[in-house]
Design a protein around this ligand. Sequence first.
Ligand SMILES: [Zn+2]
Length: 113
Amino acid sequence: MHDLMFTKEIISALKNKLSAVPKGTKITSVNASLSPLSHVKPETLVETFGAMIKDTEFDGVILNVKVLPLEIKCRACDHRFKVDKPTTKCNKCNTSDLDILYSKEFTVDSIVM
Ligand SMILES: [Zn+2]
């Protein structure tokens, strides 16, 4: 269900953008970032987005999704590291007392016209 929520967020960002530019301006692509914690695959998001913009004013807009690394800080040894997938152990001291520093699930980074 998250992919649907994120897709709606993208479309509302596109609508906002479109209302702020001269009429007739075409949006070509949109760049978004996804956290590995969001449980949504970039390709799923692209697919859902493609299906939702079909036959709308945004038909043809290309969605680029980038998966951000997760930034983690160990409470035991203060070590900071980045991972592509959620982890439960510090890669330095091996304890599991971790803080996730980057937790925003989804962001629309930029809209290209
Ligand atoms: Zn540690």
